[in-house]
Design a binder for this molecule. Structure first.
Ligand code: UDP
Length: 254
């Protein structure tokens, strides 16, 4: 197959030109970074698992009517997605205090929040993704008030749905980060869920033991990182057929 033109390389994914106009191929790497690139490493098989986990969650969300960029999985590490204009925000939904929120407000990790809280961060590595308010977002023109209404209502639906889905497999959805994009169709513009949803971008805790099953195992050097990602996939019922040994995926990128 002809080599595809690379559009963008991020920390955990590469985007290539898709087979048809308006599509992209999203390739999932095993590379892991934390603390704005200060900590780097590899989580063997992560790309294969995140490709599957994100596919599964986006398809399920599609089934309840949440529009997403996902089209179909192509192979172990790649999925076909619609090309969207990414809104430069990280939307974080939180159900339980953890990470930066626990630090900011002096809460111990694991404290349930009075209600789900949404936060916005401006996507900028150079600025270390600063937290921003609706005022900043609309004043600087990153999104309109109407866009934000849509983003908020989609995020709440996504949170409720995923919280229930994970609860069903004995996992607490503590918090997660999502991104949205604008999909243009002639005159129409639709806001759709983009990027990925995976243990890289969620905090997932075992319901019984509170054991972490997400990237915090890498961030905090807790060990058992590969196993945690595998366990999430196993509980979702989507561990690749050959089992953990099948996770390296093709050595060459298309
Ligand atoms: N998150 C992410 N990418 C980022 C920052 C955060 O996917 O660049 C996710 C993170 O995995 C967690 C949630 O967003 O599920 C909230 O993260 P937090 O603000 O607590 O920051 P952290 O403690 O991860 O630095």
């Amino acid at each position: 197959m002809a080599r595809r033109r690379q559009i963008y390389e991020g920390k955990a994914k590469v985007l290539f030109e898709g087979p048809e106009p308006g599509t992209l191929v999203q390739y999932f790497k095993d590379d892991a970074t934390a603390f704005n690139n200060k900590k780097r490493g590899t989580i063997t098989g992560k790309g294969v698992l995140n490709n599957r986990i994100s596919e599964y969650l986006m398809l399920k969300l599609g089934e309840i009517g949440v529009p997403t960029h996902f089209v179909r999985r192509l192979n172990m590490r790649e999925q076909l997605v619609r090309e969207v204009e990414i809104i430069p925000l990280e939307v974080v939904m939180r159900n339980v205090a953890a990470g930066s929120l626990a630090q900011r407000f002096g809460l111990s990790e694991g404290t349930p929040l009075p209600r789900s809280i949404v936060e916005y961060y401006f996507k900028s590595d150079a600025l270390n993704d600063p937290m921003v308010s609706e005022e900043h977002i609309t004043a600087f023109g990153w999104a309109t008030t109407q866009d934000l209404d849509e983003i908020m209502s989609l995020s709440l639906r996504i949170n409720d749905f995923l919280s229930g889905l994970f609860l069903g497999i004995g996992i607490r959805l503590v918090d997660f980060k999502i991104e949205f994009g604008r999909l243009y169709n002639n005159e129409d513009m639709q806001i759709v869920l983009a990027d990925e949803i995976s243990p890289d971008s969620c905090r997932l805790w075992d319901l019984k033991t509170n054991e972490k099953m997400d990237k915090d195992r890498f961030r905090r050097d807790l060990g058992g990182v590969e196993e945690a990602y595998q366990e999430v996939a196993r509980r979702l019922g989507i561990l690749p057929e050959g089992g953990p040994r099948d996770l390296k995926g093709p050595a060459t990128m298309q």
